[in-house]
Design a protein around this ligand. Structure first.
Ligand code: UD1
Ligand code: UDP
Length: 387
């Protein structure tokens, strides 16, 4: 069986590492890797292939940045050509980016089976481009691999059946609870990261004496009030803790979108304060080994990222969620994360609450072998198609 793995954005490259490992252990399946080129900076793309041992992409569309329609449209055109010219038995898609949407539309129209990893996630916020992408992708999917029980419930509520459905044209649709491939990766790479990353030494960081913050959602980066609230809260917490003997740093590996928007969105006095206060370490996007070391050793993670929320949970670091809602509601239900949005008071209060209590991190994201289960199901589906 030959699958086409479509990736494009940073988190998809990382997730693909788990599946590539599982595919490489079998001789009944092989993958062709297509990179749309949605992310292209070395530290948003190449670094992950190198660190995580992912095979080089067979195809790179070099689509680059652009408005949603332009970016997605170019991808659909090029993915269609690949599907028409190569003998592909199924397409593997991750998450909810424009690369996911493009793959789903191109494959769906050509009746190529779509295997969607991270199906069923919902924020119920249609202002997020990702919410539209994931709803469309789920509708076009042949097998929906839901990572959590919440994702299963979301799909049930939208009328997806957990039993296999057979359609008149011979195609099928199936929803499978698979566990989370990001959990697989966190287990697999944790020791390697501890050994290979020198990020703590490089930045002079001590265990539990820094906040890790990542911000890249347009709702924050493209909104001056939200972005200022977040940075004011971070600066105030850092200054408050600075007066205590042990001090506290704030580490900010900046997504390129955020780096571009910061000077435009933050008032000059706040920018100056951050530059001068001595607590902020503003840096390039981190490699995977560095970021998971930072997640593991941070006192608190503050993020609007889906992946960083989950990884902090895997590494048992509490998390302040800089969004009005989350798809990973079980983290909040477990008490390991607090939704604070981009609200100054709520961010401070969430930080204080999470620092002041014992937090539990139950195992909610599978058994660490999600990718192997997924590949097994894809091969099973492929062999049924042959008959
Ligand atoms: C995309 C995904 C988002 C995901 C995020 C992961 C969509 C709609 N959004 O958001 O779901 O959480 O990736 O990081 O697919 N840029 C660079 N270099 C790069 C990549 C981007 O400079 O290598 C800059 C460009 O100015 C670009 C901007 O970042 O316009 C945004 O990139 P884009 O891929 O459109 O969206 P993300 O915010 O990265
Ligand atoms: N990540 C990284 N370096 C960073 C920030 C994040 O390697 O500086 C990784 C992180 O460990 C996680 C993934 O990128 O595996 C999350 O991607 P991102 O935050 O870009 O997007 P989201 O998960 O919100 O879609």
């Amino acid at each position: 069986m030959k699958i086409l793995t479509i990736i494009g954005a940073r988190p998809q490259i990382i997730k693909a590492a788990a599946l590539s490992r599982a595919v490489s252990k079998r001789d009944d399946i092989c993958e062709v890797i297509l990179h749309t080129g949605q992310h292209y900076d070395t530290n948003m793309s190449d670094v992950f292939f190198r660190e995580l041992g992912i095979p080089e992409p067979d195809i790179n569309l070099h689509v680059g940045s652009g408005n949603h329609g332009e970016q997605t449209g170019k991808m659909i055109m090029e993915i269609e050509k690949v599907l028409l010219s190569r003998d592909i038995d199924g397409v593997v898609l991750y998450g909810d980016t424009n690369s996911t949407l493009a793959g789903a539309v191109a494959a769906g129209k050509l009746h190529v089976p779509v295997y969607h990893i991270e199906a069923g996630l919902r924020s119920f916020n249609m202002a997020m481009p990702e919410e539209l992408n994931r709803i469309v992708c789920d509708q076009l999917s042949t097998i929906l691999f839901a990572p959590t029980e919440t994702a299963m419930n979301n799909l049930r509520n939208e009328g997806f059946m957990t039993e296999k459905r057979h359609f008149a044209d011979g195609s099928v649709q199936q929803v499978i609870k698979s566990g989370d491939v990001m959990y697989d990766n966190s287990l697999y790479f944790a020791d390697m990261a501890a050994e290979k990353s020198d990020v703590l030494r490089r930045f002079g960081l001590e265990d539990k004496r820094f906040i890790l913050a990542t911000i890249h959602r347009p709702a924050n980066t493209d909104n001056a009030e939200n972005l200022s609230n977040i940075f004011r809260a971070l600066a105030d917490i850092a200054e408050r803790e600075q007066s205590k003997a042990e001090g506290l740093k704030v580490v900010l590996p900046l997504h390129p979108r955020t780096r571009k928007m910061l000077p435009q969105q933050l008032p000059a006095e706040l920018l100056k304060r951050i530059e001068n206060c001595g607590s902020f370490i503003v840096t390039e996007p981190a490699g995977f080994f560095d970021i998971i070391e930072l997640e593991r050793h941070a006192r608190i993670v503050m993020t609007d990222s889906g992946g960083v929320q989950k990884e902090s949970f895997f590494f048992e670091t509490p998390c302040v969620i800089l969004r009005p809602e989350t798809e990973w509601v079980e983290i909040v239900a477990a008490g390991a994360g607090i939704i604070a949005d981009a609200d100054y008071e709520r961010i401070l209060s969430a930080y204080d609450k999470l620092c002041g209590k014992v937090v539990h991190f139950p195992q909610l994201f599978g058994d660490g072998h999600a990718a192997e289960h997924i590949v097994g199901e894809i091969v099973r589906h492929g062999s049924q198609m042959d008959r």
